[in-house]
Design a protein around this ligand. Structure first.
Ligand code: NAP
Ligand code: 8YV
Length: 323
């Protein structure tokens, strides 16, 4: 019987993905390995592929211990957990899952805007706790209609958010390093955009280039009536500065799907009723995760069967045939 290629899985994949992997590969799961150096010593040379959950880091020790690694297929669009510089140097192709998650991540951003502004969680408790019967109507909330929304990172997802916000008559503007050929006003100066905005939605990649892009100056500019929504990566926001700004009333509200040290969330946020907290579920619907999983599998299968991939990350596109 022909020997199967060997694949290392990092992080949690769906049963559908695991079944697909098992058809073509001998699968090792990093989470089940206690002695990683021993494992790398014994099996490292045979492993040619990694499949990794987008929000996970591929440890340097693992990259170094796989001398014949050819491809890393990321189950997620953000690949800040993968050292692409080393990958490119070693000729390792990195792929990811762009576009198939745009709608659900954009929906999550708007869900957070609405949940924070319309006090969804407080009002759900109002009913369950019996307050409605005892205290009467819940206090009024705030509308998102006609508000100014600054999008930080008008890429695939940012543009999808902007399009959906038209249904709420929001005035959209954006900040990124380069202006785009779009009708939305561009702000080269992020602080100036935060000053002009009622809502700031953060949807850039993570990594060193965007670390703490949302700092105290940006938060203070957004101000006591402003709302921060982060569906990008926790690292993009200076979390300590954000918690302090919320505590001191310099920032009004926050809707957060991502945090700096997931799954750890600053506990001070738990007591605040001006924030809504989600456990990094931007793309986590059955439908979207299936599409992301299928693309993660497809990239691996095509790489080994056809020498091509569907969605390489831009840094690696020159290393492989793409279509
Ligand atoms: P994309 O199409 O590459 O868009 C990224 C945008 O960010 C671009 O407009 C880019 O414009 C801008 N940007 C990059 N670096 C910047 C910087 N230093 N300062 C300001 N703007 C910067 O990516 P996407 O597909 O929309 O995904 C964006 C990110 O969302 C992912 O990388 C991931 O981290 C996150 N995400 C989170 C979830 C979740 O579950 N919460 C789900 C999916 C994705 P310029 O290059 O012109 O600056
Ligand atoms: C998921 C994400 O949390 O795609 C991304 O960048 O953050 C999310 O879709 C995760 O990456 C899925 O593996």
């Amino acid at each position: 019987m022909e020997n199967k290629r060997e694949l290392l899985v990092i992080g949690e994949m769906t049963p559908r993905m695991m079944a697909a992997f098992a058809r073509d590969f001998t699968v090792h799961e990093l989470s089940g390995i206690d002695d990683i150096p021993g494992f790398l010593n014994e099996a490292g040379e045979r492993i040619e592929a990694i499949a990794t959950f987008g929000a996970e880091t591929v440890p340097q020790q693992v990259m170094d211990g796989l001398p014949n690694l050819k491809i890393i297929s990321c189950y997620g669009v953000g690949y800040d957990g993968i050292d692409t510089q080393t990958a490119v140097k070693r000729g390792i192709v990195v792929t990811h899952t762009p576009n198939v998650l745009n709608n659900d991540v954009a929906n999550t951003a708007i869900l957070l805007m609405l949940a924070v502004s319309r006090q969804l969680v407080r009002d759900d408790c109002w009913v369950r706790s019996g307050n409605w019967k005892v205290k009467g109507a819940a206090p009024l909330t705030r509308s998102i209609e006609d508000k100014t929304v600054g999008i930080v990172g008008l890429g695939r997802i940012g543009e999808t958010i902007a399009a959906k916000l038209q249904a709420f008559s929001c005035k959209v503007c954006y900040h990124s390093r380069n202006p785009r050929d779009v009708a939305y006003p561009y702000f080269a100066d992020l602080v100036a955009m935060a000053k002009a905005a009622d809502y700031l939605i953060v949807i850039t990649p993570g990594g060193a280039a965007t670390r703490h892009l949302i700092d105290r100056a940006v938060l203070d500019a957004l101000g006591p009536d402003g709302t921060l929504v982060n569906v990008a990566r926790g690292s993009v926001v200076d979390e300590a500065a954000m918690v302090a700004a919320l505590r001191e009333g310099r920032l009004g509200y926050a809707g957060l799907d991502v945090f700096e040290a997931e799954p750890h969330v600053p506990e001070e946020l738990f007591a605040m009723d001006n924030v809504v907290l989600l456990p990094h579920v931007g793309s986590a619907t059955v439908e979207t995760r299936q599409a992301m999983g299928d693309l993660t599998v497809e990239n691996l299968q095509r790489f080994f069967k056809q020498g091509r991939v569907t969605t390489p990350v831009p840094e690696c596109a020159h290393l492989v045939e793409v279509d």
